[in-house]
Design a protein. Structure first.
Length: 132
């Protein structure tokens, strides 16, 4: 079975003076869900919420998913969101790298790294997952 509604993860990025967690300290990013637990096939949408004057966009998505787990849709020109079809075929911890690009070559690529945990149709009595 497939989850009817897509799972939406908001990726918020803001330019900071110093001490950020990406781009050599120049940017701070956060995901609305840092760790996503999936139990059935479904669509994951990663939406960029860029808070700043310069228009950044999602440039690419790379994953550690094994063959057949993820289907990454081509990213639209605006780069506002990335869409992944998660087939959730086997238990697996999957690291994502969402690469965000700035408007100029001087802007560093920002790598943001949420995780997806696939556990197809678990017996919920046996499973306790910490919400990261």
């Amino acid at each position: 079975h497939m989850n009817a509604d897509p799972t939406i993860i908001e990726l918020s990025i803001v330019e900071v003076e110093a001490g950020g967690n990406a781009g050599g300290g120049a940017y701070e990013y956060a995901f609305s869900q840092r760790v996503l637990l999936c139990t059935a096939k479904g669509e994951i949408q990663i939406r960029l919420n860029w808070m700043g004057p310069n228009q950044f966009k999602i440039y690419a998505v790379a994953t550690s998913a094994s063959q057949g787990q993820f289907e990454i849709r081509p990213i639209e020109q605006e780069g506002k969101q990335a869409v992944i079809i998660n087939h959730c075929t086997r238990p697996e911890l999957i690291n994502l790298a969402v690469v965000v690009q700035g408007p100029s070559k001087k802007n560093p690529l920002i790598v943001c790294d949420p995780q997806v945990i696939n556990i197809p149709d678990p017996d919920w009595q046996m499973l306790a997952v910490a919400n990261g």
